[in-house]
Write a protein that binds this ligand. Sequence first.
Ligand code: SF4
Length: 343
Amino acid sequence: MNLETPLIIPVFIPHRGCPHQCIFCNQISITGMGAEVTGPEKINQQVKNFLGYKRKNRKNVQIAFYGGNFLGLSESTIGSLLDEAAGFVKRGAVNSIRFSTRPDTIDKARLDLITDFPVSTIELGVQSMNDRVLVDSNRGHSARDTEKAVRCLKERGYDIGLQMMVGLPGDDGSESLTTAYRIASLSPDFVRIYPTVVLAGSPLAVKYKNGDYRPLGLEKCVALVRDIYNIFKKNNIKVARMGLQDSEDLADSSVVLAGPYHPAFGHLVYSRIFFDMASAWLKEEKQAGHNVIIRVHPRNISRMRGMKNSNVRALKKAFEINRLHVLPDKNLPEDKLMIERAV
Ligand code: SF4
């Protein structure tokens, strides 16, 4: 497995290859694209545009088919899309191909179809490992399908990404935690965690308007995703994303009708994690009126401070700190902090 975070060249195939409509989904909103058909010409143009932005030292570049059910496309479409993408790999401009697909589209015949193409990574939309939640979300597959799919992908040596959602209908949070444990036991290479939001035009929007669905509040969702992140971290599984990809469409309240959407959702979760780490230390050392220095890796300064300094304010108040400084220390690992008293 190549551990460098790849430059992803996304090619969206919204809703294509989907056998039905999942309750929460409206890919047209998520991808900001109409239901236009993505063909070889479009891929060509998209890849060339992205390669123009490529940093010279970036080694790993992948073309990624997202937003639909890749292995649910017709054989000829799968072949023509992969052919076009593979051309870039052959010419050395791109390293490999990845796509996302449903667990129930993974079988021997479908995997045989792609075996001669340079596909390295396959992401599965797992969403939940609770069969009742999957039914309530109209997913049309079971937790066993996911387990079977992961086994098949492992046998063929693909890098595996598993996507899960929190706040689905019928999930009060405990199902999400169980899902995280069950996903962790499958040992994927990475995971993505998405909050459920109510998208206009989705079946969930109808349920929401009828009062039959209440989304998670932002605070509760951040706390839940923090707990899930900690489960994956303990199991050494990389969390590649928390929260939906920010876009102008999703910032529009006529697109996201309700739910815990935030353009920097992942940042909120990391801020919460750093807040917890600092609190745990300060709890032991509480002493009114003291001054404190917290050192973190430079990349984590804003995570430690929290949105608009919210962590700094909350820590000062909770632990009666007089002055609190957050300072960078590039020698610290990214998931650690150091706290010391200051005079
Ligand atoms: S969630 Fe995936 S499988 Fe379900 S409708 Fe949306 S794109 Fe299709």
